[in-house]
Design a protein. Structure first.
Length: 72
């Protein structure tokens, strides 16, 4: 089978980014990418696993606690 005869892989359609100003859906998950040290990553993942939490759940809870602590 030649390369042109091989079936194409299905690609996921790209969704438009949410735009609060235009009233589009802002409830979809969006990627949040940043780098941390290997030690922090290991500690964060270990803590999440020990407390039966997903990484994003732990991040949401940590951010909510930080906002509550510094509420004006």
């Amino acid at each position: 089978m030649t390369k042109s005869q091989q079936p194409r892989k299905a690609t996921k359609p790209k969704q438009p980014e949410a735009n609060p100003a235009s009233g589009t859906d802002t409830t979809r998950d969006a990627p949040l990418n940043f780098k941390v040290s290997a030690e922090f990553r290991r500690e964060f993942k270990t803590y999440a696993a020990q407390h039966n939490k997903k990484l994003n759940q732990l991040l949401y809870e940590a951010f909510a606690a930080l906002k509550a602590e510094h509420a004006d």
